[in-house]
Design a protein around this ligand. Structure first.
Ligand code: DGJ
Length: 516
């Protein structure tokens, strides 16, 4: 069975070999997969880090060095080495766009600026960015992508090593909010395309508020040019570009899926709030233009954020509006990724977590995420069983958000950073290493708590009662079977007052509560 997405209750799940799969991933640095020899010593390291998936680029320039002549050696090497190491792959199509630029276009594309037309800024200066308005750009990219998908169908249709494909990479308009090439200027004067207007009217009540506000400011018109419908502003330039980026990318994805229908997503470089369009990579699948991407790119299954900004929870909340599942292809490889992985899989319908430039890490840096992945792997069957039922929660505990309260089963829980404990010496530290975890209710009184650097207290939903612990056991899963280790009591659960996982430790604890 092909890897595919299914809607299970309110959640979307990625089914791989027929089972819900959580991508415990790592994305390779951009150039790593261009050399099979360079990658050789990396594979054992990636396996030791407990990754189940490697997220790796496919480079248009190396795959089609001459027009119409394809070389799949690097793709085949990735398939072989991933299989040898029992890992899955997410492939990144570095095609027309990579971080706004077109640096991965083959030389025969780059050097033919008459045929493969470029973006121009407002002074008419040509950029090394292919314009989405030139049909020959789309044609060349689409042909190459179809070849890639055909090759995957021919070589991976049985094993399904490749489970998802990212189309392009961090599309975003720079250095102006829109391109001023001749075809773009003509399109800008046209009517807003009917499919976008139809979507806006159909989804009127569900539009993201940022987008709805721009539309409503102009009187929520149902037809007109871009500036008539959205007003004369950089925001309109961005919406216009988002539509054309989305439809271009959709055409590439749709042609690829017609050959071999893997799940496909696009990723965004998050913008810094308060910065004007054109000053950040604009018009990619960003929260404020999500609606345009949803309308323009129905063959794209997921809009995904890349995390190099603060405010993890804020951005996760924005990306999980509507039906969009959370898929994190990139997170800066920094302290706290372990806690964020627990939080993301516990709190959201998250399909993927993945630190960036994973192969470059030294052994020590990789330890926390490896420990987190080990535990998440063990509880994946529980997460994927209970999440669609609403029985999983996650929490991220940082200095500025050190406590979180939520209801689960028969109890109201408060998760706190361990430094909030009165006697904790660490509280004086300038920075608090993030703590985080997830909790799964397998029965109204029975829970698995998974995480690091956390303290959890419970009170019953029932009024006038108090909660007590019947048992707190640490342990691990062997397949479906829970294997209990120490019974945690006394100092370890503060004499029956709380559940605790100290910082730098990683536990699964099986907790049974009662009321009195
Ligand atoms: C986000 C991009 O998607 C990656 O390919 C990489 O360039 C990182 N930024 C930064 O190194």
């Amino acid at each position: 069975m092909m890897p595919h997405l299914v809607k299970t209750g309110p959640s979307t799940q990625l089914l791989v070999d027929g089972k819900p799969f959580l991508i415990l991933g790592g994305e390779l640095g951009n150039s790593a997969a261009s050399s099979t020899a360079y990658m050789q010593p990396m594979w054992p390291k990636l396996r030791a880090m407990r990754l189940n998936t490697v997220i790796a680029p496919v480079y248009w320039e190396l795959m089609e060095p001459q027009e119409g002549k394809f070389d799949f050696t690097l793709v085949d090497d990735l398939l072989r080495d991933a299989r040898k190491n029992q890992m899955k792959l997410v492939l990144l199509w570095f095609g027309t766009w990579k971080n706004s630029m077109s640096c991965y276009a083959p030389a025969w594309v780059k050097t033919d600026t008459k045929r493969f037309l470029r973006v121009e800024d407002d002074k008419g200066v040509m950029q090394e960015i292919l314009t989405p308005f030139e049909p020959r750009n789309l044609e060349a990219d689409r042909k190459a992508f179809v070849q890639l998908m055909q090759h995957l169908k021919a070589t991976d249709n049985q094993q399904h090593t490749v489970i998802t494909v990212q189309v392009e990479n961090e599309i975003g308009m720079l250095p102006t909010a829109r391109t001023y090439d001749a075809q773009a200027n003509a399109a800008f004067k046209q009517q807003v395309p009917a499919p976008l207007l139809t979507y806006m009217q159909r989804e009127k009540k569900n539009l993201k508020p940022e987008f709805a506000a721009v539309w409503q400011r102009q009187g929520a018109k149902t037809k007109g040019t871009w500036e008539e419908v959205f007003g004369q502003s950089l925001a309109t330039d961005e919406l216009f570009m988002a539509w054309h980026f989305a439809t271009y990318t959709n055409a590439v994805a749709a042609a690829g899926k017609a050959v071999y229908p893997l799940p496909m997503y696009v990723n965004a470089a998050l913008n810094r709030p308060g910065v004007a369009p054109g000053k950040y990579p604009s018009a990619g699948p960003l929260p404020h233009v999500m609606d345009v991407w949803l309308a323009g790119a129905p063959s794209i299954d997921i809009l995904a954020p890349d995390f190099y900004n603060p405010d993890f929870k804020h951005w996760c909340d924005l990306y999980t509006r509507g039906d969009n599942p959370l898929f994190i292809p990139e997170h800066r490889f920094e302290d706290g990724v372990d806690a964020k992985a627990f939080f993301a899989f516990g709190n959201y319908n998250c399909l993927s977590f993945s630190p960036f430039a994973i192969e470059g890490s030294d052994t020590l840096k990789g330890v926390p995420i490896c420990k987190a992945y080990d535990l998440i792997q063990q509880v994946t069957p529980l997460i994927t069983k209970y999440q669609p039922l609403g029985q999983v929660r996650g929490f991220l505990l940082q200095k500025d958000s050190a406590a979180r309260t939520f209801t689960l089963g028969d109890y109201r829980f408060t998760a706190k950073h361990e430094y909030t404990l009165g006697w904790s010496l660490g509280a004086k530290n300038a920075t608090w290493n993030p703590g985080g975890g997830l909790i799964i209710a397998v029965a109204p009184n029975e829970f698995y708590v998974v995480g690091t650097g956390l303290v959890l207290t419970a009170e019953p939903n029932a009024k006038g009662k108090r909660a007590g612990y019947l048992s707190v056991d640490e342990g691990h899963f062997e397949g479906d079977k829970w294997v209990a280790g120490r019974r945690l009591n006394g100092d370890e659960d503060h004499q029956g007052r709380h559940v605790r996982v100290p910082g730098k430790e990683y536990h699964i604890q099986h907790v049974k509560l009662y009321t009195y």
